[in-house]
Design a protein around this ligand. Structure first.
Ligand SMILES: [Zn+2]
Ligand SMILES: [Zn+2]
Length: 324
């Protein structure tokens, strides 16, 4: 099969054997795979190298092409996300917090992913996909979408809340659709005029640049930029008892801030780590109901490096997807 492979050098398109299945796995013929900023961090080795030879990609739409079961017959279309597996036995898994598992499997990072014509996946971690969403538009939902949705949960968003989104990339442009479906007022603060006009077109009540404060006190906020200053800006806009959820694996740094003014009053800062299968199921169900249609730019597998470069330049509105 053809695959994009990360060895010691840059990502290269090569021929590779079709994966051999272990017990409990299914083989997928990949139809589409989203390209995520985390892939860029893996490929540029900003995240620790876990495997000397890796096929990245963790937003996979594929059809069952091997290892079929009664529940997953041949040809069934499913999704695979960043959480490729959890041990099911650690204290976190036993508490229903598999996103915090002590021994997780990460698709396209600790195991091979979907920048390829075929991939293997754990049968109990593939996600049913709503029929109304085509392959290319379903793929970006599987990371940016699910994790954006989890961020709304971590922030404790309730219907009708005033919610701030700080940064407006792949994840936020999906989260806003869910917020609008929940009748929330959405305040978007982001750099980049094209991101601002996209936010306005998707129903934001207010849009400003990264230096502007929303004109009202927010009930909840989610930050998407890998910047501690943005977290502080979000905290400054919260009412008492409000929550900031940080949808970023890394922050550049966390600045000092005034506890008395910014955090006292039972305001909270929370991080968002990974996702659970329940997040995936619940989000995809809503996505199907509201006919969520992410904005996508499609690349062939041969051009995956162009997609990664565009993400690095922040040149895309919405998400990049490899179509196979
Ligand atoms: Zn991702
Ligand atoms: Zn576990």
């Amino acid at each position: 099969m053809k695959a994009a492979i990360l060895n010691s050098g840059p990502l290269r398109i090569e021929q590779a054997p079709i994966p051999q299945l272990s017990p409990g796995q299914v083989l997928l013929r990949v139809r589409a795979c989203g390209v995520c900023r985390t892939d860029l961090h893996i490929i540029e080795r900003e995240l620790p190298v876990l495997r000397p030879h890796l096929i990245p990609g963790h937003q996979i739409v594929g059809e069952i092409a091997g290892g079929a079961t009664a529940d997953l017959p041949m040809g069934t279309r499913v999704g695979v996300s960043w959480l490729g597996g959890a041990d099911g036995t650690c204290p976190y898994c036993r508490r229903g917090m598999e996103n915090l598992c002590d021994a997780p499997v990460f698709t396209g990072y600790s195991v091979d992913g979907g920048y390829a014509e075929y991939c293997a996946a754990r049968a109990d971690f593939v996600i049913p996909l709503p029929a109304g969403l085509d392959d290319l538009h379903a793929a970006p939902l599987l990371c940016a979408g699910i994790i954006g949705f989890r961020s709304l949960r971590v922030a404790g968003v309730e219907p009708g809340d005033r919610v701030g989104l700080f940064g407006f990339g792949a994840s936020a442009h999906l989260a806003i659709a869910v917020l609008r479906a929940w009748k929330c007022e959405v305040y978007v603060s982001t750099r980049g005029s094209s991101h601002r006009s996209l936010a306005a077109s998707l129903g934001a009540a207010w849009v400003g640049d990264e230096h502007q404060m929303p004109p009202v006190e927010l009930d909840r906020a989610v930050t998407f930029a890998p910047s501690g200053d943005v977290v502080i800006a979000a905290l400054k806009s919260l009412r008492k008892g409000g929550v900031v959820a940080i949808n970023a694996i890394h922050l550049d740094r966390m600045p000092e801030f005034d506890y008395d003014k910014l955090l006292w009053g039972e305001r909270q800062i929370r991080s968002v780590a990974n996702m659970t299968r329940a997040d995936a199921r619940d989000f995809l169900k809503i996505a199907g109901e509201i006919k969520l249609q992410p904005k996508v730019t499609v690349y062939p597998l041969d051009s995956v490096s162009d997609a990664l470069a565009a993400i690095k330049r922040d040149a895309l509105d919405g998400a990049a997807v490899i179509g196979l």
